[in-house]
Design a protein around this ligand. Structure first.
Ligand code: G3P
Ligand code: MG
Length: 256
């Protein structure tokens, strides 16, 4: 039901926005993704100290902002004072950390959104209610049909399914996952709708098994045309790329 209606049944996903060209997880990266013809933006969500879902990848501020310390130790109003653009280029000076709400507001009617719940940083068992809070914003903006939730933390996926039987979820998978179950079992155990797999782990066998169950496999993070081509041949239904323009061009050529 999600993602695209252009007939090729393949999803061009902008990883943290068009993050090869703009600072990751900023409004300019998301705007560029739309302009480049991406069909979905991927973003990472953490909670501020006062419990607001904010869009940033790391649990600490140092790499992508001029702040220091943990995201969870700052209220939104202080996070909003930080510069999340200068680390990338001087032309992006002053770009801020967006809230999830700001991005949903922008995305509505324009593009689908993959909300990756980052709970690694959070110690309490309810993750500070991040799933409820994100879901509430999705309802508020009536984006249920245009949102895919994902997480490496499968407790978050199970929790989302408890909260909403219909919301789309994806299991994120990488090499370090301590999981012994096969992807097809995992997907059915967690009642997930998609399998988001690292490029290194992906195999034709997995793609076949999952596709048979009607589960799309989305692969991260692929930036070179040759590798994109290979991943598509193996049976991926979508790719996360920092260069959605490159992916879009390839996909348009393949399905022309
Ligand atoms: O959701 C795909 C990808 O974003 C997962 O890894 O570290 O880029 O959030 P990471
Ligand atoms: Mg991510």
């Amino acid at each position: 039901k999600l993602y695209n209606d252009n007939g090729d049944n393949f999803v061009v996903i902008a990883h943290r926005g068009a993050s090869a060209y703009h600072p990751e997880n900023t409004m300019s990266a998301f705007r560029a993704a739309v302009d480049m013809g991406a069909e979905m933006i991927e973003l990472d969500v953490l909670l501020s100290k006062d419990g607001v879902p904010v869009v940033i990848h790391d649990e600490t501020l140092e790499r992508t902002t001029d702040g220091r310390g943990k995201v969870e130790d700052y209220n939104l109003r202080d996070l909003k004072k930080l510069d999340a653009g200068s680390w990338f280029s001087s032309g992006h000076k002053g770009e801020g950390i967006p809230t999830l709400e700001e991005v949903l507001n922008f995305a509505k009617g324009r593009i689908a959104v993959n909300i990756e719940i980052k709970t690694e940083a959070v110690t309490d068992s309810l993750n500070g209610g991040i799933e409820e809070k994100a879901l509430k914003l999705v309802y508020k903006h009536k984006m249920q049909d245009y949102v895919l939730f994902s997480s490496f933390d499968y407790r978050a996926i199970a929790h989302l399914r408890e909260l909403d039987v219909d919301i789309s979820t994806a299991l994120l998978y990488e090499k370090s996952q301590s999981e012994k179950r096969e992807p097809k079992e995992l997907v059915s155990d967690y009642k997930a709708n998609a399998f988001n797999c690292s490029q290194r782990q992906f195999s034709k066998k997995w793609a076949e098994q999952l596709n048979e169950q009607g589960i799309p496999v989305f692969i991260y993070t692929v930036n070179k045309t040759q590798q994109m081509r290979k991943v598509i041949e193996l049976g991926a239904s979508g790719i996360f790329s920092d260069k959605p323009d490159v992916l879009k061009k390839l996909v348009d050529n393949l399905w022309k």
